[in-house]
Design a protein around this ligand. Structure first.
Ligand code: SF4
Ligand code: SF4
Length: 65
């Protein structure tokens, strides 16, 4: 399962751009700071490679391996 800590996320969209299988999508959902939080809409495609957790500058992504 993929969880994004909404208050840690700064909406840089690195996860959206670099997930090799396109798990994340930009969304209209915002956190308390008004930042748009991506959503792991295609989680079923996740290979658990761990790249997004390494790339996220704010350690906002947790993947339950
Ligand atoms: S672990 Fe890999 S495949 Fe899964 S969402 Fe992150 S980057 Fe994409
Ligand atoms: S890489 Fe991290 S901070 Fe950037 S949009 Fe994704 S979850 Fe948010």
């Amino acid at each position: 399962m993929i969880s994004i800590d909404q208050e840690l996320c700064k909406g840089c969209n690195l996860c959206v751009e670099f997930c090799p299988v396109g798990v994340y999508e930009k969304s209209d959902k915002t956190n308390k700071k008004g930042i748009h939080i991506p959503e792991p809409l295609h989680e079923d495609k996740c290979t658990k490679c761990g790249l997004c957790t390494l790339l996220c500058p704010d350690q906002a992504i947790i993947i339950d391996l």
